[in-house]
Every structure is written in structure tokens, then in C-alpha cells.
Design a protein around this ligand. Structure first.
Ligand SMILES: [Zn+2]
Length: 473
């Protein structure tokens, strides 16, 4: 006889390697190996191969890439699956079902046949074989087949809490929280005192953003058994909940604003009024109204640094919501007003281009809108261009967060100068048309060619000329 026992186990995640191509692209993949003039690797869609000639090198090790999910925060919780311990007779089934790096479907079919006419033991073996197959697929990041096998396992042992929990676990990894809860409720009916049921239920509620229930489940799990993973998850949920509760909410026609309890309510109202007036101004300049309400969060400095972990030189930022540190302020200063207009421009550009605008366009336009002009940097920029050291706009398309502060300062100034040159030559209408084309999928340089009849090099040349004529001494 064998029994299935749910136990907490150490991580069963497999390892992934990174294939670095000569063009710099990186492919994270499972089971990477070289065969002849090919490099082969596995994906959930099957095995793929690429010519060795385009591969620079292979980096070994790393975590299994799990399926992307919109609720990334919750799907990335560091929680391992509940393991099944096989007390006797079962290891034979496991090594029959998976051996030599593959699943033995013939062997599993034989066990299924035996289970049809057999008793509980035959059914248990068929269940365990499918469970072993599912674990193998999970270790390769193939969630879909893992789920299919785990559910088949359950048909042979429908009351087995460990299998119910493993199906629930796979749903959790796929961010399918509701489905997961259904299996956990079934498991709880069979094993009401099982700590893993509470642990996984906490995860499901956390994913559904039901913090009170998540906290209750994780506390229950800890009362049943000490578990550092649950402790870490509970601490995080309590932090989120506390932060959430200390915020008050305000709304105006285009904004949802949240602010920490330490911020003055009068400041929040003032911020909303300022934002609404900037909104009308940008709306008419860009001839566009963002369809989605814009989220704004006011932080005291401390909370801002804690939550976003942004590098120190960023005063405010826009990651979909406008996040502004307001420590010590009790009204909107001219400086705060400029910051708000800058960040609000990012929201407009983001929504108008469906998130496709490159960084130099975003930052160039945001600075223009907040009222910055190129005067103080014109001489330096002209000189750098003359020396042939200007950074190509193509290289300023990606994120700038990793730039050292002097390189970032140059990038901001150069982006503003190019944007200023476009606006001064053709007005906001040109910007509007460029953004529209970027939004419908054009590359930025193609959009410039269509609207301005110039490529990046032409624009940079015009910008250098413009700076010299406008600000040169
Ligand atoms: Zn910015």
C-alpha cells in the first residue's frame, strides 16, 4: 500500500539557461544544448533550434521562466508547491512514469487500464503516475500540460487533498485565482487542518486583491505550522494593507488621487485643481483626450522611496500612475505645478501612442510642456554636436533609468532641443501627427520621415542649426 501525504518541500523549480545571440538579443530557455551546427532548446510550444553561427555564448542557470501574467505581483510570490511524499511502492510508479528525461505514456496507459477494473491501489498508482508526469512538465515550465495531467490524476483519486492542492497550485501559477479556490475548498473539506490549504488559499485571495481574507488564511496557516514562506507573504500583505488604509481618496473628472494620511487634505484639493487646469491645456495643445482616468499618488518622501525604489535623482515619476513626493508641502508651489504638468504630459503621450512613444519623445515633450527651453544648454549641445559626439536619437529610444546622472542630464537636454526644434518649425500639429503614427505602429523614425520628411540625422542637424541661430552668441 502507499499513501499520499502532503508535505512542504524545498523548491522543485527547474533551471533555465540564457542563449546570448551575436546581435545582443537574449533568449531564456529550458534545456539548452548544442547539436552539430544547431543550438536546441525547449519552450512550452515544443523544441526549437537556431543556427550556432548566430549564437555568441550560452549562460547556464537561472530560474524557470513562468508564464507572463497581468497580476505579476501575485503570480511571483515565492511559494513552492505542496509536495507528495510516497511512503512505499510509489517510487516505482514514479520512475516508471518519467525516466530518461521523458514521460512514458505507454506505461501510464497501462496503469490506467489496470485502474479501470482495479481497486483503490490501482487507482492510486494511476493517479501518482499522472502526478509524476505533471511535476515533470511543471519543472520545464509547461503549465498547460502539467495542469492537464494533474487534473487527470485527480479523476483517479478525487478525494486526495495533495492532488487537489497541486491542481490549485497550478491554477495559482496561471493567475487563475477563482478556479484555484474551488479546488482548495474541496481539499479543505477532506483535510480541514492542513496548513498548505490555508497557505495556498491566502495566495488566491492575495491575487484577487482581497487582503483581509489573505491575511486571515496566512495567519491560520502559521498557527498550524511554522513556515518562512508564509511569514514573508503575510508580512508583505500586512504592509500593503497598512499602506492602503493610510491613504485617502479624492476624485475629479479626469483623475483619481490618493494621498497618504500625513499629507494635507487642502494640498490634495489644490493638486487636483492644478492637474485639471493642466489637463485642459495639454488636451487642446495635443488635440487629444485620454480615454482612461489618470491615477495620481501623493507620497511623503519616505513612502515614495520605500514603494518604488526609484533611483535618487528622479523627483517624481509616471509608471502608469503619476507619483509625486510632497513631503513638507502644504500648497502647490510653482515647482510642484511644473512637475505635475511634466508627469501629466507623460500620461497623455502614453495613452495617445498606446505606450509606444520612445523615451526621447516622452521626455522632450514633457519638458517642453512644463515650460523648459534649451537656452542654458544650447552652447554645450552645439559644441558636442560639432565634435561629432552627439548621441543618436535612435539610442535614446529605450529606458533611461540606468543612465548615470551626467549622461541622463545630457539625454534630457538633447531630447528637449530636438523636440523644441520640431515645435518651433511646424507647430504642435506636427507633434500630434507624429504621435498618431507612432500610436498606429510606425517606428519613430518612419513617423518623422512621413511628417517632417527627415530622418534622425536630418533632425539632429536641423536641431544643431536651430540652437546656433536661436541662442548662439
Ligand atoms: Zn519625465
Amino acid at each position: 500500500m502507499f499513501a499520499l501525504v502532503a508535505l512542504l518541500c524545498s523548491a522543485t523549480a527547474g533551471h533555465a539557461d540564457t542563449i546570448v545571440l551575436k546581435n545582443g538579443r537574449r533568449i531564456v530557455a529550458l534545456n539548452v544544448r548544442e547539436e552539430g551546427d544547431k543550438v536546441k532548446y525547449e519552450t512550452s510550444a515544443g523544441e526549437l533550434s537556431i543556427p550556432k553561427s548566430i549564437v555568441d555564448h550560452i549562460e547556464k542557470g537561472g530560474a524557470v521562466p513562468m508564464g507572463d501574467s497581468p497580476a505579476a505581483g501575485a503570480s511571483n510570490l515565492a511559494i513552492t508547491p505542496p509536495a507528495i511524499e510516497v511512503t512505499s511502492g510509489g517510487s516505482e510508479v514514479e520512475s516508471g512514469a518519467v525516466h530518461d528525461g521523458a514521460i512514458d505514456r505507454e506505461y501510464i496507459a497501462k496503469l490506467e487500464g489496470a485502474a479501470r477494473g482495479g481497486g483503490p491501489r490501482a487507482n492510486g498508482s494511476a493517479a501518482l503516475a499522472h502526478h509524476a508526469a505533471a511535476q515533470f512538465e511543471l519543472s520545464r515550465g509547461d503549465m498547460e500540460h502539467a495542469l492537464a495531467d494533474e487534473r487527470t490524476a485527480l479523476t483517479f483519486a478525487p478525494e486526495e487533498p495533495a492532488l487537489l492542492m497541486n491542481v490549485a497550485y497550478l491554477h495559482l501559477r496561471r493567475s487563475e485565482y477563482k478556479q484555484s479556490l474551488e479546488y482548495l475548498e474541496r481539499a479543505r473539506r477532506v483535510a480541514p487542518e492542513n496548513a498548505d490549504v490555508a497557505k495556498l488559499a491566502g495566495w488566491a485571495y492575495y491575487g484577487m486583491n482581497k487582503m483581509d481574507q489573505a491575511v486571515a488564511e496566512w495567519k491560520r496557516a502559521l498557527a498550524l505550522r511554522r513556515d518562512p514562506e508564509v511569514q514573508a507573504a503575510l508580512d508583505k500583505a500586512l504592509r500593503d494593507k497598512q499602506e492602503e488604509e493610510s491613504y485617502k481618496e479624492n476624485e475629479s473628472s479626469h483623475f483619481t488621487l490618493r494621498y497618504s494620511g500625513a499629507a494635507e487634505p487642502a494640498l490634495a484639493r489644490d493638486v487636483l485643481r492644478t492637474l485639471e487646469s493642466h489637463f485642459s491645456a495639454i488636451e487642446s495643445e495635443l488635440n487629444f483626450t485620454p480615454p482612461d482616468s489618470i491615477g495620481v499618488v501623493l507620497y511623503t518622501q519616505q513612502a515614495f522611496a520605500d514603494i518604488t525604489r526609484a533611483p535618487g535623482w528622479v523627483g517624481a515619476l509616471n509608471d502608469g500612475r503619476i507619483r509625486v513626493p510632497v513631503q513638507g508641502l502644504n500648497g502647490v508651489t510653482p515647482e510642484l505645478s511644473r512637475v505635475l504638468k511634466h508627469e501629466l504630459t507623460h500620461s497623455f503621450v502614453g495613452q495617445k501612442t498606446r505606450g509606444r512613444a520612445p523615451t526621447w519623445v516622452q521626455e522632450g515633450l514633457a519638458q517642453w510642456m512644463e515650460g523648459k527651453r534649451s537656452g542654458e544648454n544650447a552652447d554645450d549641445l552645439t559644441q558636442i554636436y560639432k565634435d561629432g559626439h552627439a548621441t543618436s536619437l535612435g539610442r535614446l529610444e529605450g529606458p533611461w533609468m540606468g543612465l548615470p546622472s551626467d549622461a541622463a542630464a545630457y539625454a534630457y537636454a538633447w531630447a528637449l532641443a530636438n523636440m523644441e526644434c520640431i515645435v518651433r518649425a511646424g507647430g504642435m500639429g506636427d507633434i500630434e501627427r507624429i504621435l498618431e503614427r507612432i500610436g498606429s505602429g510606425s517606428s519613430t523614425e518612419a513617423a518623422l520621415r512621413e511628417v517632417l520628411h527627415s530622418d534622425y540625422n536630418d533632425l539632429m542637424q536641423s536641431t544643431a542649426d536651430y540652437l546656433r541661430k536661436t541662442y548662439g552668441r
